[in-house]
Each structure stands twice: as C-alpha cells, then as structure tokens.
Ligand binder design. Structure first.
Ligand SMILES: NC(=O)c1ccc[n+]([C@@H]2O[C@H](COP(=O)([O-])OP(=O)(O)OC[C@H]3O[C@@H](n4cnc5c(N)ncnc54)[C@H](OP(=O)(O)O)[C@@H]3O)[C@@H](O)[C@H]2O)c1
Length: 242
C-alpha cells in the first residue's frame, strides 16, 4: 500500500543544510525520511524534529556502503511504497583537497566516491520508488564551485577556491543531473541541481556567510513547487551557469 502523504528522502539530514531542509519539508506536511550515516546522530536529529510534532523517520544510509542503500530501499518500499522526492544532499570536503597540482590523489578518490559515486548509487536504487509516485523530483545539492563556467572566470568572487576534488565532484554531479534529466524527460521525474550558496556549516568550519535557513531556501522552494522544471542548475534568484 502507498503512503497517502508525500514522502521525501534526504541524505545527510542529521545536520547543516540537510537538517534544515528536512525540518521545512516536514513542516509543509510531508513525511520526511531523514537519512544519516551515523545511527546515533541520525536518531538525535529525528528526535528533535519529532519533538516539534513533525512526521520524520530515521533511515540509515552511508553513501560509501551499498548494503545500507539496498536495505533503505527495501524498508522504504515496504513501509511507504513510493518516493515523491529524493534530495541528494550528503557530501564531504576532503582534508587533502587543494589545487590541481597539489591535491592528494587519495582525497580525489574519497571525495568522488562519496559525492559522485555514492549519489549515483542512492539515486539508481530509489528510481523505481520515484517512478511509482505521481509526480516526483530528484534534487542534487550541488555548488557554484562545480560550475565550469564560473571556475573559468578569474574575476568570479570564489575564483581562488581551487579545491579540485570537491569542485570536480560537483561538476560531475551536474553532469549526472543533465544526463538523468534527459534520460527521464518523458517520465514523471524532474531532475535538478541546486546551489545552496555559501552557508555556515561544519563543511566550511562555519565560515559561510549565509544561515542554514538561507542555504535551504532554494532547495525547499524547488521541492515544494507544483510543476518542477527539469535539467536546471538553480540558486535563489535564478539559474547558475553550468
Ligand atoms: N555549506 C556550504 O557553504 C555549501 C555550499 C554549496 C554547497 N553545499 C552542499 O550542501 C550540502 C550539505 O552540506 P552542509 O554544508 O550542510 O554540510 P555538513 O553540515 O557538513 O553536512 C553534510 C552531511 O553529509 C553527511 N555525510 C557525509 N558523508 C556521508 C556519507 N558517506 N554517507 C552519508 N552521509 C554523509 C554528513 O554526515 P556526518 O554528520 O556523519 O558527517 C552530514 O549529515 C552538500 O552537498 C554540500 O556540498 C554546501
């Protein structure tokens, strides 16, 4: 049997932008499946949202552990029968990241495995559940740092941020968005990349200039819109150049 409410799965929902997105989408009346790799942190985050009377469930997903993805997919199919929204939010910045001439090769592998390979794995597993919903959407939480056009502009305000592993993993994620949107263009699933903007979270030692509410804003807007666009790279106020 299918759940009556709309159901959203958000990876990396135990803190930062993912937690705020989970809170706001649940507040809009959705059932939210808050995924986290740490059982303890995931359950703590869900407890905070349950205390606000929201319909939120913990789902263990580690992007680097395919077993957790398979188990989560089966659990969602059994309990809810469909998925209306997948937000691929979880990501890392690696300690050995840096400019192309110096970045640690191990970091490139780790960051790509989490941010790109892991995200594809979760998406592929969830596709049948998304196809089983009326109208569905996949939101890939990207970054303007993954924009090849902006990175190629020496006057862009973030041009000095040359963290090759992280930036290239987001550029690759954008390619995933574009190709998957094309592949699914005649179906019920929209696929978009969204740049939350520079937001104070653990990802950047809380140096970001936006609050998590500001960072979540475009993701939540795009998630709750009635008829989503597809194949776009969006941020608050408009499109981001690829
Ligand atoms: N903050 C910014 O300025 C900014 C700007 C542009 C884009 N973004 C993007 O926004 C998204 C959210 O980032 P954030 O700033 O909210 O960072 P954050 O506070 O560090 O949160 C990242 C989340 O991803 C989870 N995660 C990391 N590796 C994982 C794995 N292997 N499996 C499952 N979950 C994993 C983390 O779990 P743990 O707690 O267990 O580590 C955490 O829940 C990311 O995609 C990031 O690239 C952020």
């Amino acid at each position: 049997m299918q759940a009556v409410r709309k159901v959203a799965l958000i990876t990396g929902a135990n803190k930062g932008i993912g937690f705020e997105v989970a809170r706001q989408i649940a507040k809009a009346g959705w059932t939210v499946l808050a995924a986290a790799r740490s059982e303890e942190l995931g359950r703590q985050a869900v407890a905070r949202l349950l205390a606000d009377g929201l319909d939120v469930h913990f789902v263990p997903i580690d992007l680097n552990d395919q077993k957790t993805v398979v188990t989560a997919t089966e659990a969602i199919r059994n309990q809810f029968g469909k998925l209306d929204l997948l937000i691929n939010n979880a990501a890392i910045v690696g300690a050995g990241d840096g400019p192309p001439s110096k970045v640690s090769i191990e970091t490139v592998e780790t960051v790509f495995h989490t941010n790109f390979v892991g995200t594809i794995a979760v998406t592929q597993a969830m596709l049948p559940l998304l196809q089983g919903a009326g109208k569905a959407q996949i939101i890939n939480v990207s970054s303007s740092l993954g924009s090849v056009s902006l990175q190629n502009d020496p006057n862009w305000e973030y041009a000095p941020v040359k963290l090759l592993a992280y930036c290239a993993s987001k550029a690759a994620l954008n390619m995933f968005t574009v190709q998957l949107a094309y592949e699914l263009r005649d179906g019920n699933i929209a696929v978009n990349s969204i740049n939350p903007g520079y937001t104070a979270t653990d990802l950047n030692g809380n140096r970001g200039t936006q609050t998590v509410e500001e960072g979540a804003a475009e993701i939540v807007r795009a998630a709750l819109v009635d008829t989503p666009v597809t194949g776009k790279f969006l941020e608050t106020g408009g499109d981001v150049p690829w």
